[in-house]
Every structure is written in C-alpha cells, then in structure tokens.
Design a binder for this molecule. Sequence first.
Ligand code: GLU
Length: 509
Amino acid sequence: MQEFRVRFAPSPTGPLHIGGVRTALYNYLLARKYNGSFILRIEDTDQKRFVPGAVEYIREALEWAGIVPDEGFGYGGTYGPYKQSERSDIYKKYVRQLLDSGKAYYAFDTPEELDALRKQYEAEGKTFMYDSSERMRLNNSLTLSSAEVRKRLEEGHPHVIRFKTEPGRELHINDLIRGAIKVNSSTLDDKVLMKSDGLPTYHLANIVDDRLMRITHVIRGEEWLPSLPLHILLYEAFGWKPPEFAHLPLILKPNGKGKLSKRDGVSGGFPVFPLQWQDPATGQTYSGYREEGYLPQAFVNILAFLGWNPGDEKEIFTLKELVQAFDLSRVNKSGARFDPEKAKWFQHQHFQKLSDEEMLKYIEPVLLKKLGGRAEEKVPKDYTKKVLSLVRERLTFPGDFWTWASYFYQAPEGYNPKTVKKRWKDDTSHLLNELLPEMENITPWEAASIKKQISSWIEAKALGFGKVLQPLRIALTGDLKGPDLFEMMALLGKEETLKRIRKAIETLK
Ligand code: GLU
C-alpha cells in the first residue's frame, strides 16, 4: 500500500495563527493514525511578504504544541530541500515542460498595461480577466511571432509565464470534507505560474512539490478552495494523478461573524497566536497561548474541537487519544466559532488533570517571580505542596496560584474596605481580643483542634459563627478569600496566625 503522506506548508509571512496550527494538527493526527509521515514545507516564494523570524516561530510553535514533523525543513528527509526558495531550478524545469507541451505561455504585458485594462473594464461595469477570451489580443507568445518572442527573451524583457486554461470544461472535483464540487473552467483565468522575478507562484510550486514529495492527502484551510480547480488542471497538464483534497472550515470570531483575526484577540483579551510574537515592523507584541499559561495538551484539545467533534460527549482528549478518535469524516463544512471561555474551560480541565508534582513545576516559576530569591531559600517545597493541596481546584492557569495563595507567603498588605465595612463590626476587635488568649493555648496546632477550640468558644458565648470566622478570614487574607479557615491557620502556623490577627485588630479597631 502507498504510504500516507501529508504536509503542512506555511508561508513565513508572519506568526502562525491558531488556524494554521489547527491545519498542522489535523495533518499530524492523520499521519499518526495511518502510520504515515507528516512533512513541514516552507512556502517562501513570495519574497516581498517574507517576515524575518517567522520560520523559527513556526517550528518553535509546532514543537511546543507537540506536533512535531517527521520530515521537512529542519527535520531532514529524502525529498528535500523543503524550503521553496531553495528549489528554484526544479520549478524552472517543470514549467519548461508546460511551455513545451503548449500548456503554458510567456506573457509580456506590463503591470501598467494590465492595470489600464482593468480600469477600462471597470468603467464599463465589467471585470477584466486574463483568459481564453482575452489572451489572443494581448502581448504574449500566443500572439507574437516566435522570432519576436525569442528576441524578447534574449533581450531580457520582463515577462511572466501563464497557464493556458482551456475553456468550457465541466470539472468534477471531490473534496473529502465538502464532497462533490462542480466548476466550469471558463470561470478561471490564465493564472501566472512564474513571476517576472523568475520565481514560481504558490500554485506552481505547491503542485510540483506535492508531487515530488509524494503527498497523498492535501489538508488545508478553506481559503485555498478557490485555487483547487486550477490545481486539478495543473496536475492534469503534467499528466499526474492528483492527491486527495480536504479543505478545513474557517475559524470564526467569537460572535460568529467573519474570520477570527489578530485584532479580535487584542480587543477580546485572548491570544490568537500559539506563542508570543513581536511584529518586527511595528514593534507591537501579541501574547501567545504559551505565555498566557496554557498547557500544550489543552491547546491542541482546543484546536481539535474547532471544526471537529468525536460524535459523543467526550471532550477532554490527550494528543494520543485524538490520534485514535480523529477522522476527516467528522470535520464540519461550516465555520467553527472560537469561544474564548470554552478555551479556558479546556485549560482548566487539563490543568486539573496534572498531579501535584506536575502542577508544582508550573507553579514554582510563578512563586520565584513573586518572591524573588525568597522562593527557594525560605519556602520549602513541602510547604507549597500543602498550600497547593488547599487551592488546586481553583486553578486554571499557573498564575492563578498567586491570586489564591499569596497570603500563604505574605501577610495581607491591606484589607478590602468593602468587606471590612460589611463584616468588621464595632465589637469585632473586642471579640477577637478575647479570643486571642484562647488561641494561644491551642495544642497541637492542627486544623481539627483549632476548629474544636474556636467553635466551642463561639458556642459558649452564644455568638454566630460568621461573626467570628469572617473577621478571622479578613485578618489572615485581607478579604473573604481562601480555602478552609482552619486548614489555613494550621499551615500558617500559630505565630503567624496570631500576629496577623493582632495586626488586624490594631489596624481596624
Ligand atoms: N503556503 C500556503 C499557506 O500559507 C499553503 C496552502 C496549501 O496548503 O496548499 O497556507
């Protein structure tokens, strides 16, 4: 059987958008599922749009997400080079074939001439297309004598090479997601295959490379669907059997209206890039999933569900499980709405799946940042482990640890005035002053005994529990936050607990 071979073929024109990573992911999942190969090819023939750093970004993003190519640019393989700018001679050879067989022709029309034609047509309410109805009155090797063509080529006149699209043909194309597609070739123009800079256009390079790299399935974004008829005609012109095609649905804005863009991320406060990216032209920085604290396994789970579902209730998948479950037959035709809240939900689920040890690895850098050197010297790992067991259920991102647990590491810097107004009554300071000596006597200083002692004191004085416990919480955390009060006291230790209560009495009386 023929080996299953798929490729991800980004153009390094900027950072990879999550839509691009999803394309890579779907290709990767199928390659794993069918024991095939996943290839990374860099499509950089458009020199004008090349952005420095983009190739490195693409590779780093794939590696972080765990979608690692088997073959391709930076990964080796027998069908390289895998960067199109290093394959110019190959494309020249293949376009020559099309010229010789009369399937392509030289065109000398200048950009100014074509522009003038476009404007003239527009003025008449029509659209200009360089196609079979126009080509015979334009400046090309079909209308000029062969001597003239030769002369112009020898003299180095600027020119392009166009594909000679045969009109009037009903094309029947199959897409693995969209099903049968019918297109009449008369609606297509004579696309440029080679530009005046001697480099191929995307269309030519893409077809030649997919053929030479033995790609069996082309899985890519819906934006390439309009190019599919031309690609099919190109395969035919070369006499090659085309691969299978599958065009993935667009990823839509959270409101479902239009394609998700980087501006949506900025305005909605969520990342649309896998990794942070600084635009070299404007200096603007866009945050990434990695920098926001998403786990790679959550990130791929989010992406997998943008356009696909397994057909049952299961939503949380590891990459391995996705390989098992994923199939093109369950990829939707219609656009997939991106829901930032759902993305966080996936992250929460995956974060909760981590063991304490694993979670700790993500939390330590957060502590280090907040406490500086103190984190390692003064805060034993065992202590943080205990804190973690009290707050772990509340965490979605590593950074949340500080939100929920900062008061285990430092006394509150102030007290939330709103909470104080509501819960710290005129007699609170007096009451706590009475409670303090009782607390001094508690032994052992453990959650159960602290609870027992304080509770019986409250009962003996016939007070409401809230009247005492809520002020205690304010004293310890500055607000009504925090896990079980008695666990918290036990962990903070007697000395620190009493110190904070005294300080609160002093400050709030
Ligand atoms: N270079 C194209 C892109 O940037 C690849 C399209 C394809 O996969 O054929 O998306």
